[in-house]
Design a protein around this ligand. Structure first.
Ligand code: ASP
Length: 591
């Protein structure tokens, strides 16, 4: 297709020795300018890369003035006609470094005012400035690559689902307020006075209803909105790869995702993941790692010492067990020498931050005894049996926690992660995916004096009869964990109206409330709902992890600040009185 004369014939970043001798038209931004005594060198950039352009010869012919270097300013947009030639001094650091373009004509397509920071790979501009001028930040090669990677990754995942007969179906953005879960973003209705839409926290109910509708396999790259106080690295809107399947159970979901992730990593990153990921029950994860999203790139697992402790002769430990609690420990290999007195103080501080009253630690000697506040209780045979129970040896460091199970898990789980980080125990380049299954069904809220769903109220219980103590009930919810990050969650759903009603009852949702809030779901379940299950993965986090980035902000084109503000377009903003009147809203003057 022939374009206008200013339009590019080649992408700048794609130029190579193969183009030597060719006449080209290039379009791009001025990155750098150097005047070498009459010869002018420009670095010109497009999304695909950067190349050197040489300006020599008469001003008239080139269409610009050689003497006024400032005539071409950084970030001006150019159309350059020229000829590709081999460079006398190649630049090995640049993919186009073998060639340069001798310009015969330069046309300025658009002028740029001086940018507030330089558009280069590594920017030291502060975050606010980068977000305020996000279009300039995104122009940096580094951000262009991240955005391109995100697009490639999501594209590969989309292909993987389509190849497995999933249908991509969009669900509404204007929907109903969610009765359970986080706070909704509300949108007032103009047509229906006093009524509000809500932005979806997830397409959960719609995707379940799509299963009732016989769609069998659904997926969507879905934007979700949650009006929560932002913690570090959370966004009020985020993107999930959301999916649901009919006539399936846990293992089918796991197999599907394993296949999708293997395909996606291969296509987008050239990485070969294992065909299956390990599975761990929630209980086992807590017992071994003290956390429901274990980083399994290193060991140092928790050990339950309660049996040993109850006959240890050490009163503090014996009492903890006798009082219904336990004694647990982790053994830091080589920690006996690597953790000095000062470092031990820091560990103690950390244990207290996790809720422990203090930290008992032990650097075992050759035959029991050794160093640490509790060492004198572990002389001789007691110490030897303890060492055996924790699987340690002289030179190691043993850290103890005593008390209620949940406290031991938390203190040692957090300690394990902190030490793992400090000592660089995680293998670089490892992709430790892991399924955590059998999450608890409910969590008790002291404040509200009632149970909440640990996952969401549509999650099936392990026992369809829902017998026994709700606090002990296990659900059919599962999480996917990668290197200690929770990537996503899902569950086998309740497809029986009677069970769904009983779960609502257990959650303290009255029949009237059930009718008011969930009538459509309960009704749908009564029209032949297939057994179904699903899952959703947080794409922002996954893409960031794949790029080795800590912050999801770097893989979101237009992120918001911690105060939920878009600094570029200044959202949220006030609106006119007329706009408020249209949606029947009057602002309170007192707040
Ligand atoms: N809707 C759930 C979530 O957003 C995921 C799922 O259960 O599929 O976490």
């Amino acid at each position: 297709m022939a374009g206008s004369s200013w339009q590019r014939t080649h992408r700048i970043g794609a130029l190579s020795e193969a183009n030597v001798g060719e006449q080209v038209v290039l379009n791009g931004w001025v990155a750098k300018r150097r005047n070498m005594g009459g010869i002018y060198f420009l670095d010109v950039r497009d999304r695909f890369g950067l190349a050197q352009v040489v300006l020599t010869g008469s001003e008239e012919r080139l269409g610009w003035s050689m003497d006024e270097g400032a005539i071409l300013a950084p970030e001006d947009v150019l159309s350059i006609v020229g000829k590709v030639q081999k460079r006398e001094q190649p630049n090995p650091d640049l993919p186009t470094g073998q060639i340069e373009v001798i310009a015969t004509k330069v046309e300025v397509l658009s002028r740029s005012t001086l940018p507030p920071f330089e558009i280069e790979r590594d920017s030291d501009a502060n975050v606010e400035l980068r977000l305020r001028y996000r279009y300039l930040d995104l122009r940096r090669p580094d951000m262009q690559e991240k955005m391109a990677f995100r697009s490639r990754f999501i594209g590969a995942m989309r292909n993987a689902f389509l190849a497995r007969d999933f249908l991509e179906i969009e669900t509404p953005i204007l929907t109903r307020a969610t009765p359970e879960g986080a706070r909704d973003y509300l949108v007032p209705s103009r047509v229906h006075k006093d009524h509000f839409y809500a932005l979806p926290q997830s397409p959960q109910i719609f995707k379940q209803i799509l299963m009732v509708a016989g769609m069998d396999r659904y997926f969507q790259v879905a934007r979700c909105f949650r009006d929560e106080d932002l913690r570090a690295d959370r966004q009020p809107e985020f993107t999930q790869l959301d999916m649901e399947m009919s006539f399936v159970e846990e293992e089918n979901i796991f197999e599907t995702w394993e296949g999708v992730l293997v395909d996606t990593f291969r296509a987008a990153m050239g990485i070969e993941l294992p065909a299956t990921f390990p599975r761990l029950t929630w209980h086992e994860a807590m017992e071994r790692y003290g956390i429901d999203k274990p980083d399994t790139r290193f060991g140092m697992e928790l050990v339950n010492l309660s049996d040993w402790a109850s006959t240890s002769g050490f009163g503090v430990f014996e009492n903890a067990v006798a009082g219904g609690g336990r004694v647990m420990a982790i053994c830091v290999p080589g920690g006996g020498t690597s953790y000095s007195r000062g470092a031990m103080k820091n560990l103690e501080k950390r244990a207290k931050e996790s809720g422990a009253a203090g930290l008992a630690w032990w650097k075992p000697g050759e035959t029991g005894g050794g160093a640490g506040p509790v060492a004198k209780f572990f002389e001789g045979a007691v110490g030897e049996s303890l060492l055996q129970a924790v699987g340690g040896s002289q030179g190691d460091l043993v850290l103890f926690a005593a008390g209620p199970r949940a406290l031991c898990w938390r203190v040692l789980g957090e300690m394990r992660l902190a030490i793992g980080r400090e000592q660089g125990l995680a293998k670089p380049g490892a992709w430790n995916f892991l399924w955590v299954t059998h999450f608890p069904m409910f969590e008790w809220s002291e404040e509200e004096g009632r149970y909440f769903s640990a996952h969401h109220p549509f999650t099936a219980p392990q026992d369809w009869e829902l017998g026994g103590d709700p606090a002990e009930m296990a659900s059919r919810a599962y999480d996917l964990v990668l290197n200690g990050w929770e990537l996503g969650s899902g569950s086998v759903r309740i497809h029986r109206r009677d069970v769904q009603r009983r779960v609502f009852d257990l959650l303290g949702i009255t029949p009237e409330e059930q009718q008011a809030k969930f009538a459509f779901l309960l009704e749908a379940l009564s029209f032949g709902a297939p057994p179904h299950a699903g899952f959703a993965v947080g794409l922002d986090r996954l893409v960031a992890l794949c790029k080795g980035l800590d912050s999801i902000r770097d893989v979101v084109a237009f992120p918001k600040t911690l105060a939920a503000v878009d600094l570029m377009c200044q959202a949220p903003s006030t609106v006119t009185d007329q706009q408020l009147a249209d949606v029947h809203i009057q602002l309170r003057q007192d707040s």
